[in-house]
Design a protein around this ligand. Structure first.
Ligand SMILES: Cc1cc2nc3c(=O)[nH]c(=O)nc-3n(C[C@H](O)[C@H](O)[C@H](O)COP(=O)(O)OP(=O)(O)OC[C@H]3O[C@@H](n4cnc5c(N)ncnc54)[C@H](O)[C@@H]3O)c2cc1C
Length: 410
């Protein structure tokens, strides 16, 4: 069996390694020639995704044990824990480690190559590739995996009953973010160390939030992200870039050297009703809506979906999937992923939609203030992690659920 994986993000590279370790012949094609390019993810993860070995510990740039939120009035609220609650990863390093592991397992890696398109029959898939010199090459494989992230370049148009016109299509809740890496000095970096800091309020950014995260070597990740609202809910505010510059100016970071600028998008269909495979093309990671837009988090879910898909390929390879399961492979695969994500994941994405789409005016700011003040008096740092990483919102039900579910209609 020959499998071609398009895209070597966390999902594609982890999947390729797992398949190669099971004796499956794998080619992975990644448009980037170097893992340090276009390192778009802020890469905050909860501590248990590292201790569970899902994410290699060498990819950790900094640990943190404090949540800090600046509310719409600019007042800060802190929740500190005695032990680490999470980590900020070096996303480039994570990719390097995953790429290395894949190559060591025997994966044939084509870095700097792109997958252009594919054509499938009942028995094989013909894939058109572009090499680093711009030459077009063709490869015939048994299966193709679309691991191209939010672009869903290969499986996308066929995933939905109605084609998606673009990444802003009506089927998908999409967020886009920009982030700069700044070289701070020791004093400034100390202010932001050991904590992840978020900035909320429609004056700074409508339909989204800003952040400052610590990195090793006194570097800071400063970014903003916003969800794209449908036209009827759109409230014009600052652009992502204007919000980012304002954040940098307000918190006196404008003198710092900018080491890198990047940006990206993240999307989900929320209900995850899209096809997870079409004929011989499978999706994995962001292409099958594993990302969660509450905190713009997708790395651990992309890795988990890769593990699930690798088990399915093992069974296909060993021909041990029952006929009924093969027939209903879509259901089988999406059910396995949904079971892993759990019902809380689904509700938290709905909360994300309500929260970010509704965050556009003073009224919304006021609701947010009430919520943050409530959390400030009641929640512990572990409680905030349980809320934002494990989606245990019911313990704040009276305060949180009416806020997010009841008052906005969209
Ligand atoms: C601004 C921003 C901030 C984020 N912050 C966090 C965070 O703090 N924590 C977190 O957990 N998640 C975060 N995420 C989300 C997280 O980065 C993604 O969910 C995760 O990277 C998804 O992994 P993936 O492998 O599915 O896709 P990706 O990581 O997107 O990988 C897709 C790969 O496919 C390649 N590719 C695309 N098209 C082609 C083609 N035609 N041919 C060949 N290669 C191709 C791309 O170069 C890329 O390497 C953030 C996302 C954004 C945009």
């Amino acid at each position: 069996m020959l499998v071609l994986i398009a895209g070597a993000g966390p999902a594609g590279s982890r999947l390729s390694e797992r398949l190669a370790n099971s004796g499956i012949e794998v080619v992975i094609v990644e448009r980037l020639c170097n893992a340090r390019k276009d390192s778009f993810s802020s890469a905050v993860v909860p501590i248990n995704s590292i201790s569970s070995n899902s994410i290699p510990i060498q990819a950790v740039s900094k640990y943190w044990n404090e949540w800090k939120i600046y509310d719409p009035l600019g007042v800060s609220h802190s929740w500190i824990n005695s032990s680490n609650l999470g980590a900020v990863l070096d996303f480039s390093k994570l990719r390097e480690i995953l790429w290395d592991a894949a190559v060591k397992s025997g994966v044939k890696a084509l870095f700097g190559w792109s997958v252009l398109k594919s054509f499938q029959t009942e028995y094989y898939v013909d894939v058109e590739l572009r090499d680093p010199n711009g030459k077009v090459k063709n490869l015939r494989v048994d299966y193709l995996v679309d691991a191209t992230g939010h672009k869903r370049s290969l499986i996308g148009p066929q995933q939905f009953a109605k084609p998606i016109p673009s990444s802003r299509g009506h089927n998908l809740l999409t967020g886009s973010g920009v982030e700069w890496i700044l070289q701070a000095n020791r004093n400034t970096s100390n202010i932001w160390s050991n904590k992840i800091t978020f900035f909320l309020g429609s004056k700074l950014i409508t339909h989204g939030y800003g952040w400052i995260f610590p990195m090793a070597n006194d570097q800071l990740k400063v970014g903003v992200c916003r969800v794209h609202p449908p036209n009827k809910l759109f409230k014009k505010g600052l652009s992502n870039m204007q919000s980012l510059k304002r954040l940098i100016n307000e918190y006196e970071l404008s003198e710092m050297k900018v080491l890198d600028k990047h940006g990206g998008s993240i999307n989900t269909s929320i209900k995850r009703h899209e096809n997870h495979f079409v004929g011989r093309i499978f999706g994995v990671g962001d292409t099958i809506s594993t990302a969660n837009l509450l905190g713009g988090e997708g790395i651990r879910y992309a890795l988990a979906s890769a593990e699930i898909l690798s088990n399915i390929f093992d069974k296909l390879h060993a021909k041990s999937l029952s006929q009924s399961n093969i027939k209903s492979l879509n259901k089988y695969y999406s059910k396995k992923v949904s079971q892993h994500l759990g019902w809380r994941w689904l509700i938290s994405n709905r909360i994300a939609r309500k929260t970010w789409l509704g965050l556009s005016d003073e009224k919304a700011d006021k609701r947010l203030l009430d919520l943050i003040n409530g959390l400030s008096s009641k929640a512990s740092a572990e409680g905030i992690s349980a809320l934002l990483f494990d989606y245990k919102f019911e313990r704040y039900g009276l305060r949180l659920l009416p806020y997010v579910l009841g008052r906005q209609r969209n």
